[in-house]
Design a protein around this ligand. Structure first.
Ligand SMILES: O=P(O)(O)OC[C@H]1O[C@](O)(COP(=O)(O)O)[C@@H](O)[C@@H]1O
Ligand SMILES: [Mg+2]
Ligand SMILES: [Mg+2]
Length: 356
């Protein structure tokens, strides 16, 4: 097979970009690649296996865990355990972070935050789902790593990526030097470089949001939807609405075609729905590395203070000019109130709950 570059070969090649690299991050990315293949195998034949439906358990988000959520979580944790390059896993499916025990792992310098199966509501209906991961270097040097090593701001990520289990399976990742995409070739069981140096178009004509929540949206978002839906051929409006309901799949599409994905605050989810540590921060790192933009409507996602493992955030992410447009409408029609600003500040100062 002429000119195929596998993920493993690419990772080794790129290791030279990091003069002091000892290969730990490379091996960690390899381990994530292996677990993704195992999850892919189950996703592909889910209808034939007893792996559809609910697992009968509830996670800390109050969501029914799907059997595939639990399976994927186990696969990633065990692959990271046997690889030995990760000391802590922070997962959507575990209330607390998980220490990866074992002689080697406990001194390992990397922390992995993961959404093992993204788009769970689409599992049983054969629609694209994904996995999202984020990698940090621990800050503490001695002894066991701690929660503080996990709760680092998104700007501290050393790598991030996602896997999309769709019509084909792809792994897309960044180590802060651009974004590259690899397609799984089942005939050789390898992820092969198919999308080098991915760039998201500055502009797009696709908006992606669950409009079913319209009545609960901030005024700024309502104004933006109106903006997207008016007739104006010069600006290629009305835009097209596309919403898969799997964050990975919606953002992957926009990465390739241009577009914006929005999950704002709603009256039922005043802090947004999606989780900062293992959904918003990794996707923001990837999209920024591809030339796009990611904010919470007001400030850069990657600079948001991370105060808890399952913290939620609003997210506006995608083509730069589209995100800038909605931000301008948010600051005009849904300006952050003084209390909200104070609240955030107090939260940062550790006064939980801000002003009562
Ligand atoms: O059904 P809603 O409220 O539109 O939410 C869909 C969003 O929720 C998610 O499914 C949440 O992720 P999980 O499936 O990992 O819990 C996102 O993938 C998706 O963008
Ligand atoms: Mg998710
Ligand atoms: Mg999930």
């Amino acid at each position: 097979m002429q000119g195929v570059l596998t993920l493993g070969q690419f990772i080794i090649e790129k290791q030279n970009d990091f003069p002091y690299a000892k290969g730990e991050l490379s091996r960690l990315l390899r381990d994530i690649g292996i677990a993704s293949k195992i999850v892919n195998r189950e996703v592909n034949k889910a209808g034939l296996m007893d792996i559809l439906g609910d697992a009968g358990t509830i996670n800390i988000q109050g969501e029914c865990q799907k059997k595939l959520d639990v399976f994927a979580n186990e696969q990633f944790i065990s692959a990271l355990k046997s690889g030995g390059e990760c000391c802590i896993v922070a997962s959507e499916e575990n209330d607390e972070f998980v220490y990866i025990d074992g002689e080697v792992s406990k001194n390992a310098k990397y922390i992995v935050a993961i959404d093992p199966l993204d788009g769970s509501s689409n599992i049983d209906v054969n629609v694209a789902v994904g996995t999202i991961f984020s990698i940090y270097r621990r800050k503490s040097v001695d002894g066991k790593a701690t929660l503080a090593d996990v709760l680092q701001n998104g700007t501290e990520q050393v790598a991030a990526g996602y896997v999309i289990y769709g019509s084909s399976t792809m792994l897309v990742y960044t180590t802060g030097k651009g974004v590259n995409g690899f397609t799984l070739d089942p005939s050789i069981g390898e992820f092969c470089l198919s999308h080098p140096k991915m760039k998201i178009p500055e502009d797009g004509t696709i908006y992606s949001i669950n409009e079913g929540n319209y009545v609960h949206f901030p005024e700024g978002v309502k104004k933006y939807l109106k903006y997207c839906q008016v007739e104006d051929t010069d600006t290629l409006r009305p835009y097209t609405s596309r919403y898969i309901g799997s964050m990975v799949a919606d953002i992957h599409r926009n990465m390739i075609k241009g577009g914006i994905f929005i999950y704002p605050t709603t009256s039922s989810a005043p802090n947004g729905k999606l989780r900062l540590v293992y959904e918003c921060n990794p996707m923001a790192f990837i999209i920024e590395q591809a030339g796009g933009r990611a904010t919470d409507g007001y400030s850069r996602i990657l600079e948001k203070d991370v105060t808890s493992l399952h913290q939620r955030s609003a997210i506006f992410i995608g083509s730069e000019n589209m995100v800038l447009k909605v931000e301008s409408l948010m600051s005009e029609y849904s300006p952050l109130l003084y209390e909200e600003k104070i609240d955030t500040k107090l939260e940062r100062l550790g006064v939980v709950g801000g002003i009562d």
